[in-house]
Write a protein that binds this ligand. Structure first.
Ligand code: AVJ
Length: 319
């Protein structure tokens, strides 16, 4: 008997439901942070990047403007830039313009809406550049298969925005090793990391005075309500972000303000007053610590650039 065929959307919903129930079934409730970045989440994150409190984006942009020619020289001519988690593809544009006859650009992102809009804009702004976008999870080899459509050339993985900070040190190591497995000797990695600093500054960046980060965090509950037929009451959860110095990371949580239960697709989930859902980590590195991580994954650190206040660093490494 033929099984009814399932739409991509149904399959994604099932994975989402499975991940949500698995995460909320743990002693420390948790949700995979990738679910923060749907269309609404990605747009809220863009607003976070413009906040005064969120210094990361500006610190990184300053480094890029100041050292762009140096970066382009390190990368060299005819490179193919691969950008995992490209989002709106804004950061890469000045780099692509600076590069000596780049072979192409290959953005990978899980949000098709944001990626497709960006692809159209980029094609108009960088005529002559071959762009091929891939919709998918960048840690899945499937998302990288489109690279085969490009001619053989030097590849450079562009991973700005401190996205690597979302991963635990072990997972960061696995991810960088995975990137390396997609590359050949001589290929490069241009990657941004937020640096370890005063907890007050870090916490302000993730608990901003305009409460945009709070909305971003709570959006994951909105998604569960909309997509998984759940009844989270947003007023019963508060945004919390704190720096954990031993783990060298900012943790983002949603705190249940009272003891209650929630229904998710027919399953009841209980919350104690004060209990939290851990939604995201943002790891901070020292330059030495990050070089050590690069070394462990088979990359050779070449150089790094930092802002005057040493809040942030962009590293260039080679296979
Ligand atoms: C996209 C992972 C780099 O950790 O700084 C910002 C995400 N979350 N504010 C970060 C985020 C809340 C951001 N990254």
């Amino acid at each position: 008997m033929a099984l009814p065929s399932q739409s991509e959307e149904q399959i994604q919903d099932r994975e989402f439901l499975r991940d949500v129930l698995e995460g909320l079934g743990r002693r420390q409730k948790a949700l995979p942070c990738k679910y923060l970045y749907d269309e609404t989440g990605s747009r809220l994150f863009e607003r976070i990047c413009e906040l005064d409190d969120y210094y990361l984006t500006r610190a990184e942009a300053d480094i890029f403007s100041k050292y762009l020619t140096d970066m382009a020289r390190r990368i060299g001519p005819a490179a193919l830039i691969v950008e995992p988690g490209a989002g709106n593809c804004k950061k890469v544009q000045q780099l692509l313009r600076q590069l000596d006859s780049p072979t192409g650009y290959y953005p990978i992102d899980i949000s098709p809406e944001i990626l497709m809009a960006a692809q159209g804009r980029m094609a108009a702004q960088l005529p002559g550049l071959t762009i091929r976008a891939a919709v998918g999870d960048f840690s899945d080899p499937e998302a990288w298969t489109g690279l085969m459509d490009f001619p053989a050339c030097k590849k450079v993985v562009f991973f700005p925005g401190s996205t690597i900070g979302n991963f635990s040190p072990q997972h960061a190591e696995d991810l960088l090793a995975f990137f390396k497995s997609m590359l050949q000797p001589g290929d490069g990695l241009l990657i941004g990391t937020d640096l370890v600093k005063d907890a007050v500054v870090l916490e302000r960046a993730y608990a901003d005075s305009e409460h945009v980060t709070a909305a971003f965090n709570k959006n994951i509950l909105v998604r569960i309500n909309n997509e998984l037929n759940a009844d989270f009451d947003l007023a019963l959860f508060a945004h919390r972000a704190f720096y954990h110095p031993l783990r060298q990371r900012v943790e983002m949580h949603l705190v249940s303000l009272k003891t209650h239960s929630v229904h998710i697709a027919g399953t009841r989930v209980y919350f104690e007053e004060g209990e939290t859902i851990h939604t995201e980590n943002s790891h901070k590195y020292s330059v030495a610590g990050f070089n050590c991580l690069l070394g462990k994954t088979g990359f050779t650190p070449v150089c790094h650039w930092s802002d005057i206040q040493r809040r942030y660093a962009v590293h260039y490494a080679q296979v």
